[in-house]
Design a protein around this ligand. Structure first.
Ligand code: GUN
Ligand code: ZN
Length: 426
């Protein structure tokens, strides 16, 4: 058995501050005791240290927080981040589909998957729900790379039989390849499977029906797709699905709206759709840097709060402009203000950790730094840059967290730990 102990200032937000009376856990001088990657004790150093005599303690300077959980990100788009000039549908045609075609080559997929996961870890992200490409081996490449790094990664072959030439599957390959991937990977390491129709516009009705059947057959799988992101996309969905009440209903008719459904964006949602999401316990991965970059709009946090929607936070790289969940949380605050909502820094940390974990149904395992959970954590350095150091000197916890979200990024991640082992260092 490997036993490790870490001493430092520890903060986590295991519960949603929007609804929970006591959401934050904070030890100014805390101790985290880890056995074989699992947290077996957490508390004040003065209380816990006497209970663990003789244990070797590593003191970590800075702020220990849970590893970040990116609830929506595309690994094949890493090399197309910062592609200039278009909104969603034109951006897909001009920049993204050509890049994804290159993943027909397994060696290319292997190379990008490794670089992508290393970039997540460098940014303090230890778990993620990831879009690969339509190619089944793009999932194998990602899962192989995740296993090598012991990371908690959820993914699944993209379904897109109406996609462009060279990037379209069929109803039959969607079913057969998804089933084979689930058989191959289920129960391996820390991996999970998500049935992943790209979005309503790139799947035929028959393929959306297959997605619903896959979910029925595999109750542990998530549903992962895009929803109501961009105005022109919404208009095209309305034009095609003339019988649907709204965009969400186009998915609902195929059995794709349920407690394990993760919808990226949801910028343009009707109150009816929000009510239906709440009723079904589906949730949204909010992706503010992407929404700005593609001119999609600003997520309506107030509407989501009115309906009690389950939310997580995603970078959505490559439409998202940063791998940093700190930076993404800072932009979420600014996007919120655009629609009259003041996102609290503790709630922003919740969304980037335990909120995303709950959305991805891994909240029992990660996100809260609680006893019994896996020891994925990050050491943040509030003095990472001269400006951060000045702004956070003498500041209280809420101010330091907010400064890290507004001014911080990968530079503020001093170290990342997966299952209690250091995997990245500034
Ligand atoms: N909608 C369908 N595909 C995509 C994609 O790759 N990125 C984003 N942001 N939205 C999408
Ligand atoms: Zn996306």
């Amino acid at each position: 058995m490997t036993v490790r102990a870490f001493r430092g200032e520890i903060v986590s937000v295991p519960h949603d501050p929007a609804t929970h009376p006591d959401p934050v856990r904070h030890e100014p001088d805390g101790l985290l005791v880890v056995e074989d990657g699992i947290i077996v004790a957490r508390g004040a150093y003065a209380d816990l240290a006497p209970l663990h005599p003789g244990i070797a303690v590593e003191t970590l300077p800075g702020l220990i927080v849970p590893g970040f959980i990116d609830a929506h990100v595309h690994y094949p788009q890493m090399d197309r981040i910062a592609s200039h000039g278009e909104q969603l549908l034109d951006w897909l045609d001009r920049h993204i589909f050509p890049a994804e075609k290159a993943f027909a080559d397994r060696a290319h997929a292997d190379q990008v998957a490794g670089l992508f996961l290393d970039e997540l870890l460098r940014n303090g992200t230890t778990s993620a729900l990831v879009f690969p490409t339509v190619h089944a081996h793009s999932v194998d490449a990602l899962f192989d790379a995740a296993c090598k790094r012991n990371m908690r990664v959820i993914s699944g072959k993209v379904l897109m039989d109406l996609g462009p030439e060279g990037l379209a599957d069929t109803v039959e390959t969607a079913r057969g390849e998804s089933e084979a991937l689930i058989r191959r990977w289920c129960g391996t390491g820390r991996l999970g499977y998500a049935v992943t129709p790209r979005f309503a516009l790139t799947s035929s009705d028959a393929q959306l029906h297959v997605a619903g059947a896959l979910l029925d057959a595999h109750p542990d799988a998530l549903l992962h797709t895009h929803l109501a992101e961009n105005v022109r996309e919404c208009a095209e969905v309305a034009a095609r699905f003339t019988n649907a009440i709204d965009y969400l209903d186009a998915y609902d008719r195929f059995g794709l709206v349920g407690a394990r459904s993760v919808f990226a964006h949801g910028v343009h949602l009707s109150d009816r759709a929000c009510a239906r999401m709440r009723e079904s316990d589906a949730g949204i991965a909010v992706c503010p840097t992407s929404n700005l970059f593609l001119g999609s709009g600003f997520f309506d946090f107030s509407q989501a709060a009115r309906h009690g929607l389950k939310l997580g936070l995603g970078t959505d790289v490559g439409a998202g402009t940063s791998f940093s969940m700190l930076h993404t949380a800072g932009v979420a605050y600014q996007a919120g203000l655009m629609r009259g909502h003041r996102l609290d820094p503790f709630r922003a940390l919740y969304l980037a950790t335990a909120g995303s974990a709950a959305l991805l149904h891994i909240g029992d395992k990660v996100g809260g730094l609680l006893r019994g959970q896996e020891a994925d954590f990050v050491v943040l350095d509030p003095g990472a840059t001269p400006l951060l150091a000045r702004r956070t000197a003498g500041a209280d916890l809420a101010e330091r967290l907010f400064a890290l979200q507004i001014l911080g990024d990968d530079r503020a991640v001093a170290a990342t730990y997966v299952l209690g082992a250091r995997v990245a260092r500034a």
